[in-house]
Write a protein that binds this ligand. Structure first.
Ligand SMILES: [Zn+2]
Length: 204
């Protein structure tokens, strides 16, 4: 471990307080009492998270514009996009469900990516993000509400079920959607909130 810094951290398992040392990339700090991981300094965490969030945002556009599935039955073909799925629910009178599907599959993932970029872009440029604490709280709050994986599972189930009844082709949006899920999941895994708190400390 490198030289000690004044930042205090409580062990997530046993609450023992530690003075968190400055970690070199790749190092972990462990609790003296129970050996739980207190903090971990990931290599190039900022660049990786930023790159993944940007890639996610780029994939978000085709994932929503292009068809997810194409259904063909007796010479008639119909394309299904993420939005048209929510719209179909709305038209059937299932309004709360339509709003929920729209929120968890489109609005929340987009908001979360934008909030993450609003935090990370200024950090990368050496500035302190505006409303840093609020934005971080927002990304944390939105995290469990972006249910892209659940939506994808639904699409795969529909694909398998409908394959017996009609010709179903996966559209380009499906692959963008898979890429989007991989990018957002990896961005969440790479994101190191300590980068934010370190910036906040130095800007004071
Ligand atoms: Zn502990």
């Amino acid at each position: 471990m490198a030289s000690a810094a004044p930042a205090l951290i409580a062990c997530p398992d046993c609450d023992l307080l530690h003075a968190l040392p400055r970690l070199e990339p790749g190092q972990k700090a462990r609790c003296q009492r129970c050996d739980a991981i207190l903090a971990e300094s990931r290599r190039n965490a900022l660049d990786r998270t930023l790159a993944l969030a940007l890639a996610g945002l780029v994939l978000f556009v085709p994932a929503n514009i292009y068809p997810l599935l194409r259904l063909s039955l007796e010479g008639r073909a119909q394309d299904m996009t993420i939005f048209s799925g929510a719209l179909a629910l709305w038209e059937q009178g299932l309004h709360p469900l339509a709003v929920f599907v729209f929120a968890v599959s489109i609005a929340v993932p987009a908001l979360r990516l934008l909030a993450l970029l609003t935090l990370l872009m200024p950090l990368r440029l050496g500035r302190t993000p505006r409303r840093l604490a609020h934005m971080h709280r927002l990304t944390d709050f939105l995290k469990p509400w972006g249910m892209l994986e659940v939506y994808l599972l639904g699409v795969i189930v529909a694909f398998v079920k409908l394959a017996d009844l009609a010709t179903v082709i996966l559209g380009p949006a499906f692959f963008c959607f898979v890429g989007l899920i991989l990018c957002t999941t990896a961005a969440s895994a790479c994101f190191d909130p300590r980068l934010l708190w370190e910036r906040l400390e130095t800007s004071r």
